[in-house]
Ligand binder design. Structure first.
Ligand code: HEC
Length: 290
């Protein structure tokens, strides 16, 4: 058994493990406080948007870490909306992001009306633990080779322990980075589109939407002629949005248009019924209008 090489390996190895820990701590800034990401909507933004210009004040994709706070300042003359924030002229609002994931939000500042918030997990001590356990596994494997590999009892034991260490390390890193538990469940429609839901949705649609969007959703309700911009043709527009964006549209309305915010008049469940109904409306629009 080559003990001097083995002890040199572990001498260097443990130094390496320590160095990794220190570098990691400095690099990831684990002690960093959550950031405030300040986004300012400059004066004249809506006018420029209307003139067809591209507005770059708010990036299309905003990169954050868990617990970062987005602060939205509206210096424009009209209200704007980015995600759950509806900011009136001169107002400043903030929204914390508590979970990792990719969230697509309604936003009045982009031609496609969507902004994406990419929220990365904050590096936790588990990430470091995973890296260290994995590296210790590598050291054990090297030791196993020095000890004679699978042919010897000690060598085989060290190789086996090393393999377990590496797997454990990778598992810990994946777990800590949130890859094993993506948290987008809030954004899925929790209400199945069954007959009862569609019936509820139809009732609510008749009550809240028909005057503008019309019975078949084509944007031809009795009030439509008086509106500028005209109500959207839902048969065309609904398929362009995922469920949670439709949810936000109904909940928050579209500032600067007649599309009303219904968050005070409808419960979340009722809005999901409406979303289900809108989907069915677009599927059956050609064959059987309401
Ligand atoms: C007072 C009229 C009015 C009422 C009531 C109304 N809307 Fe709208 N809606 C509009 C207008 C106007 C637009 C178009 C805004 C625009 O051009 O950006 C619109 C846009 C939309 C859009 C967005 C389409 C897109 O891709 O931009 C959806 C979805 C929608 N309405 C659904 C509904 C639903 C569901 C209801 C009932 C809960 C409803 N609306 C009630 C006027 C109305």
């Amino acid at each position: 058994m080559d003990t001097s090489r083995l002890s040199r390996l572990w001498g260097l190895g443990s130094g390496g493990l320590l160095l990794v820990a220190v570098l990691w701590g400095v690099w990831t800034g684990i002690l960093d406080k959550p950031r405030q990401v300040v986004l300012t909507i400059p004066p004249g933004t809506a006018v420029r948007l209307q003139a067809g210009q591209v507005v770059t004040a708010i990036p299309q994709t905003i990169h954050l870490r868990v617990d970062d706070v987005v602060v939205l300042q509206n210096q424009d003359q009209v209200p704007h909306r980015v995600g759950g924030l509806y900011v009136r002229p001169g107002e400043t609002l903030s929204q914390p992001f508590r979970r990792a994931g990719t969230f697509e939000y309604i936003c009045t500042l982009h031609p496609e009306n969507h902004t994406i918030f990419q929220v990365a997990p904050r590096p936790s001590l588990f990430t470091l633990l995973g890296i260290e356990v994995g590296l210790a596994g590598v050291l054990l494997q090297l030791s196993g080779l020095l000890l004679g590999g699978w042919a010897t009892r000690w060598g085989g034991g060290a190789l086996l322990a090393g393999t377990v260490g590496i797997l454990l390390g990778v598992g810990l890193v994946l777990q800590a980075s949130g890859l094993m538990n993506p948290g987008a469940e809030d954004w899925q429609n929790p209400v199945p589109p069954d007959a009862i839901s569609l019936q509820q949705g139809q009732r609510l649609y008749a009550q809240f939407c028909v005057p503008c969007h019309g019975g078949s959703g084509r944007g031809d309700g009795p009030l439509a002629a008086h509106l500028s911009p005209p109500p959207a043709d839902l048969v065309v527009h609904v398929p362009q949005h995922p469920d949670h964006i439709l949810f936000q549209l109904i909940q928050e309305g579209i500032p600067g248009t007649q599309m009303p915010a219904l968050r005070e008049r409808l419960t979340a469940e009722e809005i999901w019924h409406l979303v289900n109904y809108l989907r069915s409306l677009t599927h059956t629009a050609d064959s059987k209008p309401l």
